[in-house]
Ligand binder design. Structure first.
Ligand SMILES: Cc1cc2nc3c(=O)[nH]c(=O)nc-3n(C[C@H](O)[C@H](O)[C@H](O)COP(=O)(O)O)c2cc1C
Length: 352
């Protein structure tokens, strides 16, 4: 057990967990719990929040928890504390349990946050998943500095970010996403599970409110199919054919979207790599926010092991894709995004 040089106070822990809770998570399940004791701040998986259908292995639960862990670390640094993270013991097989911590943060000293660390932590409260169309053409292009910043963000977290640029890889990604989307939208168990995480208003503390995910896939022509959160609400057979057709019939179809596609991955695929993949995703998303970019995960292909494996093989990458993101420049004429709600700190932090 590590001796902490600086003992985190309950007040510190509450502030840190509050920011960590703003991490992205699959279906906004927020599948985490925290415990503060004399040995540090421990992150646990909450297996009751595992998506048994979309994520039966708990891969995306770990990715979500990895993002929360990274946000907690950034929050610790922004308070002028130096965090050290130890992992596990992690179970190598089966979905994560709540028996052992996924990770523990201890504080090994004090050091003022740099401007870059402060900016990163400040981006936490501003970042939201943006599923809306991004600016098209020249106006929407990422600059070379954006590209290198996003790459560096992933590399800082012991992962990598690969821009899916060549035509063959983009076609493969598009086909595999469509395939995954078709499989999932025709699976009643998937639809039922998704419906359980849909919420009618933003007053619920978890799940997906209609204001945020309603109508995402409607009237869209995108090179890459977005997850359709309305599939659970009705008849799947009417969903796919309506895509790309203008709402209300006669108007001109929306232009086809060609977002930047970014794969975040790790060299290995052990549970700890999924946490690292989540941390890298978290830092990439915050870096995008800082740079005025917007992003949303394209998770369907990662839900299905065979398709995820095909994606990796066809990309010709040595490592493992942990996250696929569409990235772009938000349309300045659109209103600010509604925030997706979070559970209060009291529900997710135990103090020993
Ligand atoms: C592992 C993982 C997979 C996700 N998959 C999708 C997805 O397929 N489509 C999507 O629109 N959002 C996806 N998301 C984003 C979540 O829905 C989002 O983080 C959550 O609703 C909270 O909203 P926020 O990111 O705006 O705070 C995913 C997030 C994570 C961490």
């Amino acid at each position: 057990m590590v001796d902490t040089v600086v003992r985190l106070t309950e007040q510190d822990a509450r502030a840190i967990v509050e920011l960590a809770a703003l991490a992205p998570s699959i279906h906004n399940t927020q599948p985490w719990r925290w415990r503060l004791d004399g040995t540090g701040l421990h992150l646990f998986a909450d297996p009751e929040r595992l998506l048994q259908v979309a994520d039966h292995e708990g891969r995306q639960l770990l990715i979500s928890c990895g993002a929360a862990l990274a946000f907690a670390r950034f929050a610790v640094r922004s308070r002028g504390l130096v965090p050290e993270v130890t992992y596990g013991p992690l179970e190598e097989t089966g979905p994560p349990t709540a028996r052992d911590p996924l990770a523990t943060i201890t504080v090994t000293g004090r050091q003022p946050a740099t401007a870059a660390e402060t900016d990163l932590a400040q981006a936490i409260a501003v970042r939201h998943t943006d599923r809306r169309p991004f600016l098209a053409g020249e106006r929407g292009r990422l600059g070379p500095d954006d590209v290198s910043a996003l790459r560096r963000a992933a590399e800082t977290e012991a992962a990598w970010a690969w821009f899916v640029e060549d035509t063959d890889s983009r076609i493969t990604a598009s086909v595999l996403l469509s395939r995954a989307d078709w499989q999932e939208t025709h699976d009643p168990a998937y639809a039922e599970e998704l419906l359980r995480w849909r919420r009618d208003s933003t007053t619920a503390a978890d799940g997906l409110p209609a204001e945020v995910v309603g109508g995402v896939a409607e009237s869209r022509q995108s090179e890459f199919v977005l997850r359709d959160f309305d599939v659970a609400r009705g008849d799947t057979s009417s969903v796919a054919p309506s895509r790309g057709t203008p709402a209300g019939g006669g108007a001109a179809p929306a232009p086809v979207e060609h977002p930047v596609l970014l794969a975040v991955g790790t060299d290995s695929d052990r549970p700890v790599d999924r946490l690292l993949g989540g941390a890298a995703t978290g830092r990439v998303l915050l870096t995008a926010t800082e740079r005025g970019l917007a992003a949303s995960p394209l998770g369907q292909v990662l839900d299905l092991p065979a398709l995820r494996e095909q994606l990796r093989a066809s990309f010709g990458l040595a490592g493992h894709v942990q996250m696929l993101l569409r990235v772009g420049r938000p349309d300045p004429d659109l209103p600010p995004l509604a925030a997706t709600p979070r559970r209060p700190v009291d529900e997710i932090l135990d103090v020993a």
